[in-house]
Every structure is written in C-alpha cells, then in structure tokens.
Design a binder for this molecule. Structure first.
Ligand code: AMP
Length: 447
C-alpha cells in the first residue's frame, strides 16, 4: 500500500516548518504590538455556524466545506475560516459584557476548503489573522488595515499592494443588489452556471466570477460607488485620506467583493508579486462586518478582521530569498560520538549535561569508524564533535574536535561543558572585535 498525503494537503517539515514558525512569530509579534490577544478555538464547529455567517450564497458554504455527521449525529464542519468561530467564542464567553470593548483577538491554525488545488491553493492551509470585535470608529478599520501592512513590512515584503473597496451599509448594498440584478438578468443565460445561481442568491458574488467569457458583462456592471449612502461615502473617503497621509500604497478596486457574505463597508486585500513575476493570489484579506455578531447570538456590534494565508506568505518569502538561513539560526553545537557500545553510557550522560547547559546536542550510536563519524558530523553542520574512545575513557578523557577549524584536543570528561562554554564565549568576543574593527575602519574612511 502506497500512502500519499490527501489531495490538496501538504507536509510542512524541517526548514520549511522553521520558516512557518518564523513567519507566524513575526505576525504574532506585530499583532501584539497592536494589543491583539491570542485566541485558540476548535477546528470542529457546528455546520450551522458557517451556513449562517459565511453565508448560503458563498462558494465556501455551497461547495467547499468538509462537513460530516459525527457519531452522535451532529452536523460538524472543519472550519473553513476563523472569523465565525472567533465571534462564537466571544459570544459564548459573553465577552461583550465581561470584557472591555473592543475585544482584539489574534489566531493561527489550519483551515479546510474543498477547492481545486493549484498554485497557492490548498485544501488544508494555515491562516493567521486578527478580529477587532466591538468596532465603533472607522479608525478601528484603519487599525486592522495598518496592522496587516506593518506585519508585511516586518517580513520585509516591500512593494505590497493593498486593494480596497467599500460595500457600503445595508441600504447601499440593497440598492446596489437590485441594480446588479437588473443589469445581469438580460445576459444571465450567456453566463456560467455559478453566476446563474448567484443571481438569485447574491448578485454581488457575480463580480467575483473568474470565468473569462463572463468578464465583459461584469466590466459594464453598475459600480457600488454610485449607490453608497452619504455616510458610507464619507467613511470611505476618510479611510482613503488617512492611508494617503500615512503613505500606505493602496488602489481602489471596485470589483472587490470578497468571498464571504458577512462583509459590509470597507473590504481589502494585500497582494504581492515576486521578483520573478509570480502572483500566488492575495496573501491576505479582510474587511468590516456589521451584523455578524448579532447573527451569531451576540448583541449588535460591528467588527473588522483580516486573515493572511501562511502558505502564500511562505511562498513569496522563499521565492524572493527573504527567509533566514535556519541551519545557521538553529545550529548543532555538539555531537557526541561513542566509538563502541561501552562508551555509550558516558556519551548519553555527557550529552544530557550539555543539553541542560543549553547546548544543542546529539549522539550518533552507529559505532562506525572515526573518519565516517566525523564526516557525518560535518554534514550535520555540527560545531564540535566529542569522540568517546575506550582507551581515552579509561583515563576519563575524550577527544574534542572543532569541525570548522579542524583542530582537536584531548580534555577531561568533566571539562566538556566548560570547554564548550569558553569556546563559544571566545567566538562571540572575536565577532564583537571584528564588528568594532569594521566600524573603526568605516569611521576612518568617513573622516
Ligand atoms: P479568505 O478567508 O478567503 O479571505 O482568505 C484569506 C487568505 O487566506 C487569502 O488572502 C489567502 O492568502 C489565504 N487562502 C485562501 N484560500 C486559500 C487556499 N485554498 N490555499 C491557500 N491559501 C488560501
């Protein structure tokens, strides 16, 4: 039997896993600078949560959810996004009464969508995001847009493009929906089956259609900006003004409607094209929502959130060489090489001591020839090899080899940790001296 990973899923291992942790740590750090606090919520939710919130007309609910009956006949769905679950946890914990508003949550974890796998598109992928629940000011919208932008800057992704649009308030959207319906009814028979469905369910979703032949009808469709209430118009103007004043690069995209039904007012996406011209799709996206908290059983509160795709961030950072060298960041300080079973006990005890003292250490129990063991140790990128031969051990000694300098010394068993400590302290001193010398040289050059 040949076991393969399930279609649309992928393994994140070794340096790639380091990269994911690195990306998530930076995102978390920036979110915490904006005072967002961590929420950890279940992967399993009741299906009805998403039907109501993400919306019956969204592609996610219509065809992409992993839904099943559990052994107690409950309808369960593997979360296809986080926002609904975060709001559910907010409502369940009655944070609207027990915490001061807004409540600011950040989260990270896997989400599941039965989509067609392709470049930048998986069936199980990871999202990092934030939700600000209890938004009362348009500066709350701006705070979330900014948090996303600062997070991308912290990852050294310059040249990020932010696309923004407004979907207006309920009245604006109702008027716009009617206008779209009127526009599409005469041509709907020429459009794709999805669009036919969307016409009744939610004509706004037609604007998101990716079918080439449908573009002509979409381009000539009425624009939301002509249906905005004065309040929504002013709100959007101020958001644009503040972004401009902060020199945040944005573009208005009046076809941007987002794939989830709960958005109103401002919506946005972050895009990045790699130096080789690859676009993996939006690296992050979000927007404002007005009725979601109420729909999920809470009071009438507004919110705003965004979500990054960790896979897509990884892909662009890898392609543009913006990830650190994880072998260097996580070195192997010492590898212990018992030359026979007889010295394994001592190797195990020494490695334990070294690990307790903070040295990343490993033991090779293959009992090969010294030359072979040392070659393996160099390949593993170890700094020091500690060779435990029977003869030396009789004198309570070991040979310690600096694998970078290719120098070897015989030292007492009890000195191994001190030897490592001193060696690293010396290395740090040398590095500091080098930096100082370079600075001095630079100063001399300047004067
Ligand atoms: P959404 O929840 O649809 O607003 O998506 C938020 C972000 O998740 C997107 O901007 C992408 O970066 C990422 N994303 C969405 N769908 C996928 C997918 N199928 N595979 C990988 N990343 C995705």
């Amino acid at each position: 039997m040949d076991y393969k990973n399930v279609k649309g899923t992928h393994d994140v291992i070794l340096n790639e896993a380091d990269a994911y942790s690195f990306i998530e740590a930076i995102l978390r750090n920036v979110a915490e600078r904006f005072n967002f606090k961590e929420f950890r919520i279940p992967v399993l939710e009741s299906t009805s949560l998403f039907n109501r919130s993400v919306g019956e007309s969204s592609d996610i609910v219509r065809k992409e959810m992993y839904t099943f009956l559990d052994k107690g006949d409950r309808e369960i769905t593997l979360r296809p996004e986080f926002t609904a679950g975060i709001i559910r946890s907010f409502v369940n914990a009655k944070l609207y009464a027990n915490a001061s508003l807004p409540v600011k949550a950040h989260y990270v974890g896997p989400v599941f969508r039965y989509e067609r796998p392709q470049l930048g598109r998986y069936r199980q992928f990871n999202q990092f995001g934030v939700e600000l629940i209890g938004a009362t000011s348009l500066y709350h919208d701006l705070e979330v847009i900014l948090m996303g932008y600062e997070a991308l800057r912290a990852l050294h992704l310059d040249n990020v493009k932010i696309l923004i649009n407004t979907l207006g308030d309920q009245n604006s959207r109702d008027a716009y929906r009617n206008a779209l319906k009127e526009h599409f009814i005469p041509v709907i028979d020429n459009m794709c089956p999805d669009c036919k469905n969307r016409l009744e369910l939610n004509p706004l979703r037609i604007l998101d259609c990716k079918v080439k032949e449908d573009k002509q009808y979409i381009q000539s469709a009425p624009k939301i900006k002509d249906f905005l209430s004065d309040e929504s118009k002013e709100r959007f103007e101020i958001i644009k003004d503040v972004l401009k004043a902060l020199e945040i690069p944005y573009e208005i995209d009046d076809t941007l409607v987002r794939g989830l039904d709960y958005y109103s007012e401002v919506v946005f996406e972050y895009h990045y094209t790699t130096q080789t011209g690859i676009n993996y799709g939006a690296i992050g996206a979000g927007g404002h929502y007005s009725s979601l908290v109420k729909e999920i059983g809470g009071p009438s509160l507004d919110g705003v959130g965004l979500s990054f795709g960790v896979e897509r961030l990884y892909s662009v950072l890898r392609d543009d060489n913006l990830l650190p060298d994880f072998n260097e960041l996580r070195p192997l300080h010492a590898i212990f090489l018992p030359l026979s079973e007889k010295t394994s006990d001592a190797a195990f005890a020494l490695a334990t001591l070294a690990r307790r003292n903070g040295f990343i250490s490993d033991i090779d129990y293959s009992y090969s020839k010294v030359g072979t063991l040392l070659k393996k140790a160099s390949k593993a990128n170890a700094d020091f090899a500690i060779i435990l031969g029977e003869e030396e051990m009789e004198q309570s000694n070991v040979n310690i080899k600096n694998l970078h300098l290719n120098s070897q010394e015989t030292i007492s068993l009890n000195e191994v940790c001190d030897y490592l400590k001193e060696s690293y302290e010396k290395m740090i001193r040398q590095q500091e001296e080098e930096i100082e010398m370079n600075l001095d040289e630079a100063k001399e050059y300047e004067s």
